[in-house]
Structure formats: C-alpha cells, structure tokens
Design a protein around this ligand. Structure first.
Ligand code: UDX
Length: 453
C-alpha cells in the first residue's frame, strides 16, 4: 500500500513513520524546504524518544521518503490515502484556524488522479471533513474532472513522549467514514496495528471529529477536578496523595490522569478545551463544566508561585530560584502552554533571579524566555546559591537527586514540589522545608548543618 502524509509536525511525522514501520510506502510532505532537507539527512524537527532511529531505518529501507511537492506526490504516487496532518493553530477567539487544512485539501483537489481517501488527522472541529470534501470537489469541478474520492476523519490520541508506542499499540483507533470503500481502505491500513486486540471503531464523520475533543476534554476535566480537590485538601488538612489512591482504585474512576499538579499544558488540552467551548457557544450551547475546567487550570498555574510568595512573606526581589524542568511534561522539548512559563514570568516580575535546567527543552525555552533566565549545565548547577528549588516538570532524573548535595549547593533548603514527586516528611528529616500540592507543608526537622550529612 502507498500513502502520503501532509505535514511533518508532531502528528504527521509520527503517523508517517509508524505506517512505514509496518511496511507501507509513505511519502511525508511539507512546504518547509529546510525541514524536508533536514529530514532527508535524518535531522528531526521535534524530539520524540525513538523516532529518529525509526525515521532513519525506514528511510534506508526505502519505505519512507520526504518531499515538498504535494502535487507531484498526489499525481504520481498512486496513494490509496492522503492524510492531512498540518497545524490548526488557535485563532484569536480560540477556535481552530483551518486555513492550512483547507489549503492542503484544495491542493489535493487540483492534483488528484484516481480514487483516494483524504483523511483528516489534525484535530479539527466538527464539520471540517465536510469542508474538506467541498474544497476538493470545487477544485475537481474547476478542472472539469470527475474523480471519485472520499473523506474520512481519523483523530489522533498520541501522547508526546510516548507517541510511537501509542501509535503502534493504540488503545483504540477511531475512524469516521461515509462509504464502504473508504472503510475498506482504512481497515487494510490499520490492520497491522490491531495485534493487541484493541478495537478499530468505525463511525460517522461528525462523531469521529467529536470523539477527539470529548476525549481530551474529559482528561482535562479529570486533571482540573483533582487540582480543585488538592487545593481543598490543603485547606482541610487532608492529603491528596492518599485521596488519589483512595478514589483511583475504583475502576469506574481509574487511577490515571488524576495527578494534581501545576495545571495541564501542551499543544492539545488547552487548545481543545477552548475550541470545544467555542464550538458550543457558536451553536447556542454553554459547556459549563469545561468553562470551569479552564478557569481552574488558569488558577492552578499560579499555585506554586503563590506558595513561594507565602513562604518568603512576599519578599522575592533579589532572591534566586532554581527551576527544574521547563517543558510542559517530561520526555518532550515542547514548551507550548507550559506552566513553567507562567511561574517563571511571575518570579521575574517579582524581581527574582531564575536559574533553570531542563534535560531537553532549554533551546525551546530560550525562544520565549531568552536571557532573562540563567540556564544551568545540569540540575545541580542550577541550584548554586538558590533560595529555593521549584520542581516544575517531573523528568525521571529529578526523582531521586542526592539531597545531601542539593542541600549543600543551595543557600536555603526549601523545595516547592509542583508534581508531588518527593516525600515531604523524608525531605523535612533531611532539613528541608517542603511544599507540595494538596499535601501538608513540612518544616525542617533538623538544623541545616547536621541535616544533609
Ligand atoms: C494529550 C492526550 O493525552 C493525547 O491523547 C492527545 O492526543 C493529545 O493530548 P499530551 O498533551 O502529549 O497528550 O500530554 P499528556 O501526557 O496527556 O499530558 C497533558 C498535560 O496534563 C500535561 O501538562 C501533564 O503534566 C498534565 N497532567 C497529566 C496532569 O497534570 N495530571 C495528570 O494526572 C496527567
């Protein structure tokens, strides 16, 4: 089988490479010549564990190629499906901007030679596949051609940092189709990924489009709900870590996505929650739960900063804060909507000095933070003379640091744990003041000279 994937961003590149991995001939297309040239040399525009080796292996086998020429590929590749995986950036009003998706659809319409399934893979509002179909049909009409095609909607559920595994072993694959023929093409394409017995679910196109938003909105709701519960736990003297374990063992609730923290970020949740609220309001309906989900998330991004202010009695000017982790979550360099940005801006506004370290996201972080922040060469360097450590992203290497070294490097032994990865009582026994999310704060149990020995 042959397919083309338009857009070599996160979703497009993972999709194309994973299809190649199971033996399908894939051409990945992008208008950005530099990106394509780099990909041909094995240089990737994003960081995703395992992807670079997979791109290289499949390119060498000749199953994965890269091109800037959409027309040429669609005209000559004999593709059974073309996946549209270009960006849908949020417009000023929060709705997804479809200009790239529809431009690609028109381009496909101008180049189509034979029956093809045109699949939207980008996260697009309900009703987009219909617009894609119309755009292609208009171009075909302008050409005076009668070529059969179908549109389909195939939303993506990849998590950054685990995208390859998610694609190769999906919980489910959702495909919206409107013809038997399209269903057959999509079935054949996805057959190799169904080995673990998880379902390929066919449905109508609007339902498939809605599924993506409903999934992300539900997950965002779980997180905001737990953040709300965590804040109340603190007030009432309960421990949210216990509450989480207590409720998570109920299979109806589940133990995933109930970790409180500093708010969700990334390229999906914030954008999709806003977009769904917008779609609803445009159609005369108010998504009240989601409005609250978003408000709680905005508030949660300030929770760690508020704890810093409270601990230092508002006196932050001239103090130094070490920040561990910048990306919106571990195993990615993605800084989109990262809570770290909000926390760091607040610290800087208060006149503090920030020394940050992230295993992979520092180059990305520089785009928005520039030289206003100092960047450590490792997590320990970022701690030198710090008045406090803020754990912002729970990278595995931050989980068990040598606290005796940590304590010696810092000016004051204070930890603000935005992800509840440390044991507060254990840190207190080592002489640290500890602040977590939804848990009791801990005062140092020993004086700082004996504590870290
Ligand atoms: C998400 C969805 O999981 C994925 O299915 C969809 O395709 C795209 O959006 P991603 O944005 O890569 O994936 O990250 P995810 O691991 O879902 O985390 C999203 C945010 O929620 C992160 O900021 C993370 O820190 C936060 N989170 C997650 C919590 O605060 N608590 C949790 O319990 C889980």
């Amino acid at each position: 089988m042959r397919i083309a994937v338009v857009g070599t961003g996160y979703v497009g590149l993972v999709t194309g490479t994973c299809f190649a991995e199971v033996g399908i001939d894939v051409t990945c297309i992008d208008i950005d010549e530099r990106k394509i040239e780099n990909l041909r040399q094995g240089i990737l525009p994003i960081y995703e564990p395992g992807l670079e080796e997979m791109v290289e292996r499949n390119a060498q086998k000749g199953r994965l190629s890269f091109s800037t020429d959409l027309s040429e590929v669609v005209e000559s590749c004999g593709c059974e499906a073309v996946f549209i995986a270009v960006g849908t950036p949020p417009g000023e009003d929060g709705s997804a901007d479809l200009k790239y998706v529809l431009a690609v659809a028109r381009h496909i319409g101008r180049s189509l030679k034979g029956y093809t399934v045109v699949v939207t893979k980008s996260t697009v509002p309900v009703g987009t596949a219909r617009k894609v179909r119309q755009a292609i049909a208009e171009e075909l009409e302008a050409r005076g051609e009668q070529i059969d095609f179908d549109v389909a909607s195939n939303p993506e559920f990849l998590k950054e940092g685990a995208a390859i595994d998610d694609f190769l072993k999906p919980d489910r694959i959702v495909v919206g189709v409107e013809s038997e023929r399209a269903e057959q093409v999509m079935s054949r394409l996805y057959k190799p990924f169904l080995m673990n017995g998880h379902p390929l679910i066919f449905m109508d196109i609007p339902s498939a489009e809605m599924t993506k938003y409903a999934a992300n909105a539900m997950l965002a709701t779980k997180i905001s709900f737990m953040n709300d519960v965590a804040n109340l736990c603190e007030i009432m003297g309960a421990d949210v870590n216990m509450v989480r374990r207590g409720i998570g063992s109920d299979a109806r609730i589940g133990n995933k996505f109930i970790y409180p923290g500093i708010g969700y970020g990334g390229s999906c949740f914030p954008k999709d929650v806003k977009a769904l609220i917008k779609t609803a309001s445009e159609n005369g309906y108010a998504m009240q739960v989601l409005q609250a989900v978003e408000q709680v998330n905005e508030r949660q991004k300030s929770v760690l900063f508020d704890k810093v202010v409270a601990h230092f009695n508002g006196d932050l000017a001239g103090r130094t804060f070490a920040v561990w982790g910048l990306s919106f979550k571990p195993k990615t360099d993605d800084m989109r909507e990262a809570p770290s940005l909000v926390i760091i801006e607040r610290l800087l506004e208060a006149g503090a000095r920030v020394k940050a370290y992230d295993p992979v996201a520092m180059a990305e972080a520089r785009h928005s933070l520039g030289d206003r922040v100092e960047y450590g060469k490792d997590e320990y360097e970022a701690l030198i003379d710090a008045d406090a450590l803020l754990l912002v992203t729970e990278w595995p290497e931050f989980r068990s640091p040598n606290f005796s070294v940590v304590g010696k490097l810092m000016k004051e032994k204070v930890v603000f744990d935005g992800r509840n990865i440390y044991d507060g009582a254990e840190l207190a026994a080592k002489g640290f003041a500890y602040h977590g999310i939804g848990v009791a704060q801990q005062v140092p149990q020993l004086d700082s000279t004996s504590a870290t020995e």
